[in-house]
Design a protein. Structure first.
Length: 308
């Protein structure tokens, strides 16, 4: 493959009050995205993105459609500026839905409806099976997996790796008590830092099984199409182009780890040398720096400035 770009779409945690405001004010195509999102969901999603309050924006069933709308608004703005088209798309967790909209596999309207329900189901699952997540920095995967395995055997509760984000940054997810034990063991075995995330759900773990079952039903009722470019999926760390395979990967995503490092490395191995983070923030750009410093990394703001 010749020089190629991939588009990366952020997930939950990238949101902030004010996101998308400048895009909407500057680009008519971005403004139209927010206007359509408000009408599809029947709420003032645009005002929530632009003005908050943060407590409402951070409620997961608002966060997910808000990030999707902001990401697609950014995509429309970048298309106006004629950024290089992608050879692949990928999204981190919920960002996979933004990626599929970008690739033409899922309509924007259906994407909004799906992530709204995904957020609701995840919140509901968290209330039924309380848990949490923690970022572990500076500990390799093998010793962290051993810690999680030990805690599962000793406590009977679940804890396991939820995200492999980049070298030196892993996220674990599980029941509150099992997570607490794993956190203390990780600190004792040399982790540079362990930080509990501000969530009350154990995403990407078996604790999401009930949510996944209901969400799979919704996926089955939603039209998907063959994407214009392959999706590199969280669940497989490889390319998907068939709608049935995409549905399966999206359904598995709630209960299986996000294989982000593998996904990025796979794209680089195919010849991708530039990545654009399409959406709010620069979380994925930061992870890219840790995965491979040689590749070009652009946030949405940087890509827009380059094409101005």
């Amino acid at each position: 493959m010749a020089y190629a770009y991939a588009y990366l779409f952020p997930g939950q945690g990238s949101q902030y009050v004010g996101m998308g405001r400048d895009l909407s004010a500057t680009f008519s195509a971005a403004h139209n995205v927010f206007d359509l999102a408000d009408r599809v969901l029947g709420i003032e999603l645009s005002r929530l993105c632009f003005d908050g309050p943060s407590e409402s924006l951070n409620d997961t069933w608002n966060t997910q459609p808000a990030i999707l709308a902001t990401s697609i608004a950014a995509l429309r703005a970048l298309k106006e500026r004629e950024l290089n088209p992608p050879a692949y798309v990928a999204g981190h967790s919920m960002g996979e839905f933004s990626a599929l909209v970008a690739a033409g596999a899922l309509s924007f309207e259906n994407g909004l409806r799906l992530v709204r329900e995904r957020g609701r189901l995840m919140k509901q699952a968290g209330e039924g099976s309380p848990g949490g997540m923690a970022a572990v920095l500076g500990l390799e995967r093998a010793p962290l997996e051993a810690i999680c395995d030990l805690v599962r055997k000793q406590s009977g509760g679940y804890v396991g790796i939820a995200n492999d984000n980049c070298p030196g940054q892993l996220v674990i997810s599980g029941t509150t008590s099992a997570l607490d034990q794993a956190v203390e063991l990780a600190k004792g075995q040399g982790a540079k830092r362990v930080t509990r995330l501000a969530v009350s759900i154990a995403a990407h773990s078996p604790l999401m099984a009930d949510a996944a079952a209901e969400f799979n039903r919704l996926l089955g009722e939603t039209p998907f199409h063959q994407p214009d470019v392959p999706l590199v999926a969280n669940a497989t760390a490889g390319p998907l182009t068939h709608p049935d395979d995409i549905r399966d990967a999206l359904g598995r995503q709630l209960t299986s780890p996000v294989r982000w490092s593998e996904s990025v490395r796979w794209m680089i191995a195919q010849g991708v040398t530039g990545f654009a983070e399409v959406g709010p923030g620069d979380v994925l750009t930061g992870l890219l720096r840790r995965i491979d410093r040689a590749v070009e990394r652009l946030t949405t703001a940087q890509a827009l400035a380059r094409k101005a």
